[in-house]
Write a new protein. Structure first.
Length: 261
């Protein structure tokens, strides 16, 4: 069941990777590494909760190991030539297998999961974006993500705290990008980058059509900014509260943004 909270502003938050639900028959096929669910966007739905009034949220409770709703349903890679995970991941972010021997999902099973979990999430997201666009004449999708700051399999060095992705400026109005980046750069004690390792996932690229009134921007946070980056992934209220002040500024600015005449 997709979780939707409706607001009246133009801003819609996508929450594709915070879920930890894995159906029992699928969990039984995961190995010990897979069952740890390490690649969760831990606590992100709690981190963003209540930051700005009138914001719509769309969240799937299903874990990304079941199927990754931020991947092209056709299975096309977001980052050709770079290590990444697939529509139904075969490895974790460290490149380690997550399925028991011989229990990798086959094509038919991937299709079943795509129909059961991927399609409903995007149907809900599409409905909400179209709903707020009907009210305001435009919609802004802010896609919420987080990841460990050190993952050599995926990127070198330490990831910045704020990672803004707009697919090189293609997915939103330039003012939306500029305002978001300005808030990140002004956040004392934090680092940030624009269109670095994370340029926006499939969701951002798919929905971001500024010419049609649909704007999309991705925020990938380094998890150390608000939680422990290792099991048990403890939420750290003091860090989180400080981060929330900056996220509130971003969401409030985007919520109040209007296209120039």
């Amino acid at each position: 069941m997709i979780e939707v909270t409706q607001g009246a502003s133009p801003l819609v938050l996508g929450l594709p990777h915070t879920g930890t639900n894995v159906p029992p028959d699928i969990r039984d096929c995961l190995n010990e590494t897979g069952q740890a669910l390490a690649d969760t966007d831990w606590h992100i739905h709690d981190l963003y909760a209540g930051l700005a009034e009138g914001v719509t949220t769309v969240r799937t409770p299903i874990h990304r190991y079941v199927i990754d709703v931020n991947r092209d349903p056709a299975g096309i890679s977001l980052y050709p030539g770079q290590n990444t995970t697939t529509l139904v991941p075969l490895t974790d972010f460290d490149g380690l297998p997550i399925w028991q021997n011989g229990k990798d999902p086959d094509a038919a099973e991937i299709t079943r999961r795509r129909d059961a979990y991927h399609a409903p999430y995007h149907a809900a997201l599409t409905t909400e974006l179209e709903r707020v666009k009907a009210i305001h004449g435009f919609a802004i999708l802010y896609d919420c993500h987080s990841i460990r700051g050190n993952i050599p399999f995926l990127f070198e060095g330490r990831l910045p705290d704020f990672n803004v992705g707009t697919n090189m400026g293609q997915t939103c109005d330039a003012a939306i990008e500029a305002r978001t980046v300005a808030h990140c750069e002004a956040a004392e004690g934090y680092t940030s980058t624009l269109n670095g390792r994370f340029k926006g996932g499939w969701t951002t690229r798919h929905y971001g059509r500024p010419a049609d009134g649909f704007h999309a921007i991705q925020m990938e946070l380094a998890q150390a900014t608000y939680c422990q980056e290792s099991p048990p992934w403890t939420y750290l209220p003091e860090r989180a509260d400080n981060l929330r002040t900056h996220l509130t500024k971003i969401l409030t600015d985007l919520k109040n943004w209007r296209p120039s005449a």
